[in-house]
Design a binder for this molecule. Sequence first.
Ligand code: GLA
Ligand code: ZN
Length: 676
Amino acid sequence: MISTKISKMIYGGDYNPEQYDRDTMYEDIRMFKKAKIDFVRVNIFSWATSQKDEVSYDFTWLDEVIETLYGNGIQVGIGTGTAAHPAWMAKKYPDILRTEFDGKKRKFGGRHNSCPNSLTYRKYASLFVEKLVDRYKNHPAVLLWNISNEWGGACYCENCEKEFRVWLKKRYQSLDNVNRAWNTKFWGHTFYDWDEIVTPNLLSEHFGERQTMFQGISLDYARFNSDSMLECHKMEYKLIKKEIPETIVTTNIMGAYKPLDYQKWAPYMDVIAWDNYPSMDTPVSYTAMMHDLMRGLKNGEPFMLMEQTPSQQNWQPYNSLKRPGVMRLWSYQAVAHGSDTVLFFQMRRSRGACEKFHGAVIEHVGHENTRVFREVAELGEELVLLKDRLLDSRVNAKAAIVFDWDNWWGVEYSSGPSIALRYVDEVHKYYKALFDMNIQVDIVSVEADLTQYEVVIAPVLYMVKPGYAKKIEGFVENGGTFLTTFFSGIVDESDLVILGGYPGELRNVLGIWSEEVDALAPEHSNKIVIEKEYGNLKGTYTCNLLFDLIHSEGADVIARYGEDFYQGRPVVTKNKFGKGQAWYIASSPDQPFLADLINQIAEEKGIKNKIPANKHGIEITKRTKGDKTFIFVLNHNNDSLSVELPGIRGVNLLTQSEVVEAIELASFDVAIIEQG
Ligand code: GLA
Ligand code: ZN
């Protein structure tokens, strides 16, 4: 946790003074102080700067940077620098280079470019990290260690192929087990020797990123690739912790980033730190969901907003500026969802290469008389005034959404029923329905304890891992409300279908059997016709994508299809099970249906927010700490609005004014109301 080491929300971001001369650094520091910047992340991409050949290390430049920053009251997060290997290393040891999905061996270039299974890469990375640790372990400027940078991508080289076989031996013990798990009798794929197994890519099983002829091997390769990078991360993590056990070690991650199973990574991050880059048209509910996903990785512990742009990105198709006030608004949105920091990429724009047009606190003009700098400095002032008030405060959600990387991979490798099915989009639909009612959500893994929740929603839970159905049964038996959707309960951990009828092991708790699954192009839809007005659910809605043809096996039918040959068959069911209920939504509904459904469930379970629903882009969240409650009210509109806040009285910490059951918020404005 970061809160134990800081006395206010740290403020600053990625700083690359090695790209400029020293005088520029002094000038930067002068401006940092003006903006109340007290933390920067250094050495992120400086491996080649500090190591010019195999044996020569020179950290004097970094000594000077760290000393100067520290002398000016600025702490550092020290990057281990291993996210981009030096060119000399690639030339001398080509085994550190990755092989692409299409089988092409890469040359030197780019970043995040090392083969995670190259022993050469691991050797030089650990030597470099050891030197850094040795040099800076006692330096009071160092607040935390940042391993690498945005671990990611994948490698398909021969090294990885060999290691994949080792990984498989560990997972399956015998080739018989592998053959069984991958169902290799299909298309005559039986393996008789471990060396017959090759990496699944465009040269072998794939004909596209998502399209594989053998889901089992592709799924295992995704796991293996995530694990391989995690091994590199763990190697560095252990090197640092061995020498400085009390320090904070993290790496900056990327929200719903498909290639890495962050739920498996989280134990090797002392604090979750993530990089938030919404574009202008990213729904605010999607950004909120990403924050909650990140908070969920460590059981609700506060996280770090490690990067965001103060103004614009460079890598999106259209790099819109954040409108005045939006940088502040989105910074507080992160805090509203559990961040204890506000940090940027980057402090000063580069002069050359692909990020020269990426926004920065200090723009190319080089002085502080810019809109961006003014906004950054104003926020800096506010964070000083907030002191440590919000640090380590927690979100107490009563609703949870289940998110599982293996399931994500499984769903999207599946050949059929629909290429339009996107796991994260389906999760977001349900999240949005809760978000629009200002009901806070924890996003949890399948390992999570569910007892604290009233409602658990598992959209498209295609893969049900061993014991999970029993866990859900226990949750519902004890009074919980569980909801799942079409294309759930289909396969086991190896992507082998659970025989005996869908939704497999969930059939019991749901009280239904899904006999067939129809898929239509997304522009075609069917109707959800409510059988008999059920609370907030009434009339007719639409649905698309997939359509399960289900039979009730004891569940109450709430709605039926309105069209096609399965008109009249159930589409929404609710099963009483023990003291609780289990809902099944057999197709992908429109947002009005989800709004009414979630409203209904929230009412039944008593988890509605007393503050009226978020109809007008007003987001409301709560963090608590001891006997204090902090209500965040965020106006995502470009208009001022008055917001009713029934039952809420307190002080808006950002203006020091009293709030009594209502507040007027200017466009993109924020209030943090302290109660108690
Ligand atoms: C990522 C990286 C940074 C930078 C930004 C640009 O988050 O970690 O190094 O490239 O993107 O948006
Ligand atoms: Zn490799």
